[in-house]
Design a protein around this ligand. Structure first.
Ligand SMILES: [Zn+2]
Length: 422
């Protein structure tokens, strides 16, 4: 019997490029896209000409800093000014499909051969043996059809169940023997709860063993429930309708690999300047392509780059999840702190109640963190709290203060900015 060819651990060879090769690939693709965009997109020509930028001078990721960030709100405005695509592509662009999303934003997509979402599903272990329920809407928006394409790229059979009711989804799972699910985590939980109400044991009566979530954060407690109680292996993917897939989780489930088709910058949202590894900032995305020349799309999401290589073998740059939205973060000594980071710190100490206070002392930011603790907890907190805080928030605490249990209520803000700039 002929030996079965060993299946690759990776979607393609790009995922294991050396860092030097990846940077060269990114820079070359970017420089090509800028030159092409200058020719084909009236908007890009305008943006560059207004700033006196020679398109041949944008050669590296660092050079992207010269271009402005474009938020979703700005994109809607520009598309209204110059319908349908805001001048970001040729007016009569020939493409396989055009999606819309609320705004409205019109999105010309790359051909159906594009690997969009394929990397994420592959890393999550979806293969041709799988029958997957795709619970994203297929109507107008990019979600349904692009996730469908990604699943087809890894060979899976797709059930386009879209926005059908939970009862319908259960019928499909039961009758068609679905092995996988893609959609939001909350909808999968609603399906499970409904199935239980109908008298099924989701784990014993059905075959769903893998789920890939996107479009909604996956709370750690919910993930644990799916994995422990229902034996569903869960994965997260991350993207934005304007730019497609951005990043995905591998089996390590620790950080997200950035897709090879996008350049991701982490920037200070106020200045647009790029930040270093470990620093929290806005996720800004440029999708490398030859149709839609949207450079530096500001997602409004906060994240940071991970310095360490992933043990899975992929060499791609990685993001440490999403820590919230730009407006929620407070800058302390040039670093952003988001409420979600503080929640993470709190979870490391048994969900201890805490609050960060930012003051200005002698023209410097001063960070005090108040933690509710009984005398029995002081030792452990004194030994480890500041270190864990620094690891998660990257900013050093100036003063750690213990306060009596019950001082803080759920209504109190996690971060209080008391600085006066007068
Ligand atoms: Zn990995």
């Amino acid at each position: 019997m002929a030996a079965k060819a060993k299946e690759s651990r990776f979607f393609d060879a790009k995922e294991t490029m050396t860092t030097t090769k990846r940077l060269a690939y990114y820079n070359q693709s970017l420089s090509k896209m800028v030159r092409l965009g200058y020719k084909k997109s009236s908007r890009i020509k305008k943006i560059l000409d207004e700033r006196n930028i020679d398109p041949t001078k944008i050669k590296t990721i660092k050079d992207l800093e010269k271009l402005p960030l474009i938020s979703r709100e700005q994109l809607v405005k520009l598309e209204m000014e110059e319908p349908p695509f805001g001048g970001f592509c040729e007016k009569d662009v020939k493409t396989d499909r055009i999606f819309t999303s609320p705004g409205p934003v019109y999105e010309p997509h790359l051909t159906e051969k594009d690997p969009i979402w394929g990397r994420g599903y592959y890393a999550a272990g979806f293969r041709k043996e799988d029958v997957v329920l795709n619970a994203f809407s297929y109507h107008m928006v990019a979600a349904g059809l692009t996730f469908h394409s990604g699943l087809r790229r890894v060979g899976a059979t797709v059930i386009p169940s879209g926005a059908s009711s939970t009862e319908n989804q259960i019928q499909l799972i039961r009758d068609l023997g679905a092995t996988g699910y893609t959609g939001t985590p909350s909808f999968l939980m609603a399906i499970i709860k409904k199935a239980e109400e109908m008298g099924y044991s989701f784990k014993d009566n059905f075959k769903i063993r893998r789920a890939s979530f996107v479009a909604e954060p996956l709370q750690p407690s919910l993930r644990e429930k799916f994995e422990k109680e229902y034996a569903i292996d869960t994965y997260q993917m991350y993207g934005a309708t304007e730019v497609g897939d951005i990043a995905y989780e591998c089996k390590q489930k620790n950080g997200w690999h950035i897709c090879e088709e996008v350049i991701v910058e982490i920037v200070d949202p106020t200045t647009g300047k790029q930040l270093g590894p470990g620093e929290l900032g806005e996720v800004v995305v440029t999708r490398l392509n030859n149709i839609f020349f949207l450079f530096r799309f500001g997602t409004g999401d906060l994240s940071r780059f991970i310095k360490e290589r992933c043990p899975c073998g992929r060499t791609s740059f990685r993001l440490m999840g999403i820590s919230g939205r730009v407006g929620e973060a407070t800058k302390v000594r040039g670093m952003f702190i988001a409420p979600s980071q503080l929640k993470l710190v709190s979870s490391k100490f048994g969900d201890v109640k805490l609050q960060a206070l930012v003051d200005r002392v002698e023209f410097k930011d001063y960070l005090m963190v108040r933690v509710e603790a009984g005398p029995e907890d002081h030792g452990k907190l004194e030994a480890e709290f500041e270190k864990v805080f620094k690891e998660i928030c990257t900013v050093k605490i100036d003063k750690l203060e213990f306060i009596e249990k019950g001082t803080l209520s759920d209504k109190d803000s996690l971060i209080v900015d008391r600085r006066s700039w007068k």
